[in-house]
Design a protein around this ligand. Structure first.
Ligand code: GAL
Length: 981
């Protein structure tokens, strides 16, 4: 059995090798081979065709290229100027590529109708990515998953008779319509047309129930639409779908989420890091780079979940350290973090397993703030960008003196530089382990560290990359047990910045054949030893960053030895290709440039900050956000200075003191309500594979209402014979529904079914009776398994009035105003649902609410039915400040109510007081006017017969003095009576 397995692997390997020889590239601007992508014909690292390396037992096939990350979702940040901010932050953290999903649904509320303007302007988004210096992996689907409604399929697709994600005429006509609409934008922004797009992903995790003809058809259409960059595919796991054969793509890859998505156990790690990647790659697509198109950058959180703080903890900087480095050890050179910035699943964009915030515990938080993980990612990315041989290596074996430690060794066949990646064999281990490793380089064989009584140390959940036999500047590093952040040339000397956790021993060995290297400065406990032309320097990593100056006959060297915390504060922006300066201290350094003798730095500051700068002595002026800094020289040839932190007093309006307008908001419940202009809900059959139990079909989608709340009103005349009403709803996880009979509340449920005994006295034996049902939906399911799960209905599958003959009731349905032909084209299909206030435009700025009742919020009066509240407030955030602001809800969580939160007409929150966990809702600047008036509008949906409404406040997530630039206001049309009817 085992031997048969090996034979299969060998056969597959050779088939792949043969296939690889026939691989052709479509554009000469982006090509690939078994080692790496080549962009503009330029391979960053040259592999010799043939090589043999001492101690290399196994030849691996990896390479270099993109260190990428996902900011997949312009659609999760509806303020285009902030796209630039996020892109710049990514670039500053060291990424060179972003992976962008495009959402079919976001651009199409109605068949044959596509919108790429305003917040949907994907060309602008792509241009901004490029201006920030990023390449783009385009991922337009048609299916994207992404925790969005229908997995990105438009609402109107739900009514399709045929199966989606299969090869059939109806679906093909639909996805072709979308591809014909979006591909021209992508086509224009490809690298060969001067744009940033280097790769194009076909489908998304199309791994189960696959139809190769469909993949093939997608690819043919993509090529016919002028896409010339290589196609890619992200298999849901290491499963080999579309790596070869019909429907296969140019550069196959896979996704991996090793700690899963249960953030309620935030310290729970698997025992091991993934161990299969390298072998899988060798047998699957050895002629292509090893690509992980989605690797865990965070996790999503469900309604009632523990909240994103826990996801941040589950996928924290320790996870990034251990798991990302494990991927590098396996040879991944296309490494995309999903997500690096999550954003907001605003409006009714979410699918049922997620709520409004999509913070994701990502490196950059929802309000665009840095996290500890962002800084860890910066350490890794800056190392990868600087130490070029790391990206073109073969795998070797290596040994440590401690069985608890696993060491992978990599070697660049060209430079012979080696890397030893150490991790605990048990990844989740919390033990601190000391060890030596045996290295064998062109310099010789060593057991490192060499100094007696010192060790390499790995804390629990720690991993290190140790570099050996490495030439940088004019230096030759024999090895360093401290990790390298970066190195630069500072005029007459080289500068190397290394780091480890505070207290860990460090040992650096440098080759100085002529032997007269001396330590000339060091403010901490450093020892050195010179033996066999090798200068060995020993120290312990301090709190902070300490210098070691080495003067030598070739070129002097400044080694900056940092403790981990201090290392995370260093930035190494490029001032020219591969030319960097070093700055320590700021919260963010966006970019740096040198003109003449002036170094201009731009960035963000969160507090009074002492900074240190290492740059050429030819610089005599350094500016920070255009202000000249007072510089002081240090004794070891760097500058220090001081940047004052934010000092403005930022006070936000106290909304508990504001004047609010109130109106009762559910006239639909009343017997007298006129629903004559509502659509008849009279379908007696449906295309949906999810058939109802009772008819007519009471699904919103069936009648063109795809998003948010839905109303159904059933009228029956002259009957007091109804004894019970039994209802089954389909609202999605976390959804709810409420029933009223003749204006009387029957019940509000968070479970699918409810049965109500009817008191005869509320029925009209001689006259009209109305059963009014409100469905509070949480979006449509995704379609991850390609089995039409996304067609699960939203509405009611069974409404049985016991005592009434089955056809004795006539139904009407209401959803968002005008259904698929949405009224508000600017804010788009996700912004409005079917609540009365949404249809009337009560959420819009300028709605004439002066006749409403004046109240204050919290509103302690118990109210029955839905309530609507409006207020306005001003903001006056000073220029050059970035103060992300949110709206917080606070109330006793035993009160069962839901709410929709609108700011300036945009639905930025769906709140569940009874479920949580989200209570603070981020309102992106641009939507929020930071210098002027804002309109806040909240619809409250009590699930109980009556309820009061709790506290609402404005809250700043942080205060930064920022160089992000002006955020222009997003077009937010006000109330127009002509469009509301
Ligand atoms: C992947 C999928 C992404 C997203 C992720 C979980 O499987 O491709 O779109 O859903 O899981 O956040």
């Amino acid at each position: 059995m085992f031997q048969k397995g090996i034979l299969t692997v060998v056969v597959i390997f050779f088939i792949n090798v043969v296939l690889s020889l026939t691989a052709t590239n479509t554009t000469s601007k982006v090509t690939w081979d078994k080692y790496s992508l080549l962009i503009n014909g330029e391979r960053k690292f040259i592999f010799s065709g043939e090589f043999h390396v001492r101690s290399c037992l196994q030849r691996s096939l990896h390479k270099t290229a993109s260190f990428t990350l996902s900011f997949p979702q312009y659609f999760r940040l509806p303020s285009p100027d902030l796209w630039r901010d996020v892109f710049q932050k990514m670039k500053a953290l060291g990424f060179n590529t972003v992976s962008l999903y495009f959402s079919w649904a976001y651009h199409s509320s109605m068949q044959d109708d596509y919108d790429f303007e305003g917040i949907r302007d994907i060309e602008q988004c792509l241009r901004m990515a490029q201006e920030a210096g990023l390449y783009v992996i385009a991922r337009p689907g048609p299916y994207i998953n992404a925790e969005v409604d229908n997995g990105g399929f438009p609402g109107w697709l739900v009514n399709m008779k045929s199966k989606a994600r299969q090869n059939n005429e109806e679906y093909e006509a639909n996805w072709k319509e979308y591809f014909s609409a979006i591909n021209p934008y992508i086509e224009k922004q490809q690298i060969d047309q001067g744009g940033p797009i280097i790769l194009y992903q076909i489908e998304n995790e199309y791994t189960y129930n696959v139809d190769a003809n469909y993949m093939q058809a997608l690819e043919e259409k993509v090529r016919a639409d002028g896409i010339v960059v290589p196609t890619t595919f992200n298999d849901a796991a290491t499963l080999r779908n579309f790596a070869n054969g019909k429907g296969s793509v140019d550069v196959y890859g896979f996704d991996s989420y090793p700690v899963g998505f249960d953030c309620s156990n935030p310290d729970s790690w698997p025992l091991k890091t993934p161990k299969i990647f390298r072998l899988f790659h060798q047998v699957t697509n050895p002629s292509e780079p090893l690509a992980i198109y989605e690797f865990q950058g965070g996790a999503f959180d469900p309604w009632g979940g523990p909240g994103y703080g826990s996801c941040q903890q589950l996928v924290n900087e320790r996870f990034a350290k251990v798991f990302y480095k494990n991927n590098y050890a396996h040879g991944a050179t296309i490494h995309n973090l999903y997500m690096a910035y999550g954003g907001t699943t605003w409006g009714d964009m979410a699918e049922p397993t997620v709520y409004t915030s999509y913070d994701y515990g990502a490196s950059i938080s929802e309000p665009r703030m840095m996290t500890a993980k962002a800084y860890e990612v910066k350490l890794q990315a800056t190392f990868i960008n600087t130490v070029k041989p790391f990206t073109s290596t073969d795998h070797c074996t290596a040994f440590s003196t401690n069985l608890a430690i696993l060491v992978d060794s990599l070697q660049d066949p060209n430079t012979k530089t080696q890397f030893y990646i150490a991790q605990h064999l048990i990844a989740s281990s919390l033990s601190v382990s000391n060890f030596n490793i045996f290295i064998s380089t062109e310099d010789g064989r060593y057991s490192i560290p060499a100094k007696k009584g010192t060790y390499l140390t790995l804390d629990g959940r720690d991993s290190k990359i140790i570099t050996a036999y490495y030439d940088f500047g004019s230096q030759h590093l024999v090895y360093s047990t401290s990790e390298i952040f970066t190195h630069i040339v500072q005029d007459s000397r080289d500068v190397l910045l290394v780091y480890a956790y505070e207290g860990h021993a460090g040992e650096i060995a440098l080759k100085y054949p002529s032997g007269d290297a001396n330590l000339t400065c060091s403010s901490f406990d450093v020892t050195s030893d010179y033996n066999n032309n090798v200068l060995q320097v020993n120290y312990h990593h301090p709190d902070g960053t300490n210098p070691i100056c080495i003067s030598s006959p070739n070129k002097d060297l400044l080694v900056l030895v940092a403790g981990y915390e201090s290392a995370t504060k260093w930035w190494a922006p490029e001032i020219a290709p591969d030319e960097r300066v070093l700055i320590s201290g700021p919260y963010l350094v966006r970019n740096a440039s040198v003109i003449g003798s002036t170094l201009s730095l731009y960035g963000d500051i969160d507090q009074d900050t002492n900074i240190e700068i290492v740059a050429s002595e030819s610089i005599n002026t350094i500016t920070w956000n255009d202000q000249t800094l007072q510089l002081r020289n240090t004794s070891y040839g760097t500058w220090t200075s001081f940047i004052p932190g934010p000092s403005a007093d930022i006070t936000l309006t106290d909304l508990s003191k504001a004047s609010w307008q109130y109106i009762s908001a559910s006239p639909e419940t009343q017997l007298s309500f006129d629903d004559s202009d509502w659509m008849n809900a009279n379908h007696t059959s449906t295309n949906s594979p999810y058939k109802p139990t009772t008819y007519p079909v009471l699904y919103g989608d069936e009648y063109g209402y795809h998003y948010g709340s839905l109303w159904f009103r059933g009228t029956f005349d002259d009957s007091d014979s109804v004894t019970n009403i039994m209802i089954t709803a389909s609202t999605g996880t976390g959804g709810a529904w409420i029933a009223w009979l003749n204006g009387e509340y029957l019940g509000g449920e968070t479970t699918p079914t409810g049965t109500f005994a009817i008191d005869k006295t509320i029925l009209n034996a001689n006259g009209k009776n109305v059963l009014a049902l409100l469905a509070w939906t949480t979006g449509h399911e995704e379609d991850g398994a390609a089995d039409d799960t996304y067609k699960q209905p939203r509405g009611f599958t069974d409404v049985s009035l016991i005592g009434l003959k089955p056809d004795g009731i006539e139904w009407k349905v209401q959803g968002n105003l005008n259904g698929e032909d949405i009224v508000d084209k600017i804010r788009g299909p996700y912004n409005e649902g079917g609540l009365y206030g949404e249809r009337m435009g009560w959420h819009l700025p300028g709605y004439p609410d002066s006749q409403w009742e004046k109240v204050s919020v919290p509103d302690d009066r118990n109210r029955t039915g839905l309530s609507w509240y409006r207020t306005t407030f001003n903001l006056d955030i000073p220029e050059n400040y970035d103060v992300p602001i949110g709206v917080r809800f606070e109330d006793n969580t035993s009160k069962r109510y839901r709410a929709v939160l609108f700011v300036n007409g945009w639905k930025l929150g769906k709140y569940a007081n009874d479920l949580g966990p989200q209570r603070l809702f981020y309102i992106p600047e641009g939507i929020l006017n930071h210098n002027g008036p804002n309109t806040l509008s909240i619809g409250v949906v009590p699930l109980d017969n009556s309820t009061s409404f709790g506290k609402v406040s404005l809250e700043a997530y942080g205060t930064l003095l920022s160089s992000k630039g002006v955020t222009t206001l997003v077009n937010s049309p006000g109330y127009d009576p002509a469009t509301r009817f």
